[in-house]
Design a protein around this ligand. Structure first.
Ligand code: CA
Length: 240
């Protein structure tokens, strides 16, 4: 079992990818004065070079860059660094852009204009979640699907089902409450942050992704759990 450790923000390296001088400088100054170690890159190419040279903990990524699409950078760095915390900073507010960002591997997003205080709170929440170890738990059988929380692995007939980090955490919370109605607020608090104050659209987007990936994993007749939407309340995972 891992030992719980307090987040050491003095060593938390943040790669800021932002072509806007005002926002970039604001982020660099604000992060540094709050104990982070930021590096600011104005271009996508610069960010890829920088990330290949230095191990980063966090990527703050503007989507609209002069030389590359931020989504391509998110995809590339997610593939290279599975543990990197990726937060997208975007002026785009359409659902499709949020979904594309999360599908590209981002853990979270903030819509511009955002306040530094909010950004710092989100980072603290994500980093706290990553550094606090949970006790080892037995794998949870759900028909032919198995959720192994300790190993962070979901398998169907012993084949791994590829889930994004938040999809896995959502499935794990629902699995721990098998057969129970789980309120949206509980899911937001357990999977994201107890101080979540934004839209809960992220929950629905992540849930839709989870359903899709579970369905895609079924290649032969299998006993699968079903996630039922409880309108105005939340979700329930059950075995039929
Ligand atoms: Ca930009």
């Amino acid at each position: 079992m891992r030992k719980p450790a307090a987040p050491d923000r003095s060593r938390c390296r943040v790669l800021v990818v932002e072509d806007d001088d005002t926002i970039g400088r604001h982020l660099e100054t604000g992060l540094r004065s709050n104990g982070y170690a930021p590096t600011w890159s104005r271009t996508g190419a610069g960010a890829l070079t920088e990330s290949a040279q230095t191990p980063y903990d966090v990527l703050l990524l503007d989507l609209g860059l002069p030389d590359m699409d931020g989504l391509d950078i998110a995809r590339t760095l997610r593939a290279r660094f599975p543990d990197l915390l990726i937060v997208i900073l975007t002026a785009r507010t359409d659902d499709i852009d949020v979904i594309a960002g999360l599908d590209a591997g981002a853990d979270d997003y903030l819509v511009k204009p955002f306040s530094l205080t909010v950004l710092l709170a989100r980072l603290r929440a994500h980093l706290r979640r990553r550094t606090i170890a949970s006790p080892a738990q037995e794998p949870i059988p759900l028909g032919d699907l198995v959720v192994d929380v300790t190993a962070r692995r979901c398998t169907l007939h012993d084949r791994e089902v590829p889930l994004r980090p938040k999809e896995f955490e959502l499935l794990a919370v629902l699995a721990r409450h098998l057969g129970e109605a789980v309120p949206r607020e509980t899911l937001m608090a357990e999977v994201w942050d107890e101080n979540w104050f934004g839209s809960t659209k992220t929950l629905d987007v992540t849930l839709a992704g989870l359903r899709r990936r579970l369905a895609d994993a079924v290649v032969r007749p299998s006993r699968m759990p079903r996630i039922t939407t409880l309108r105005g309340h939340g979700y329930r995972l059950e075995l039929i």
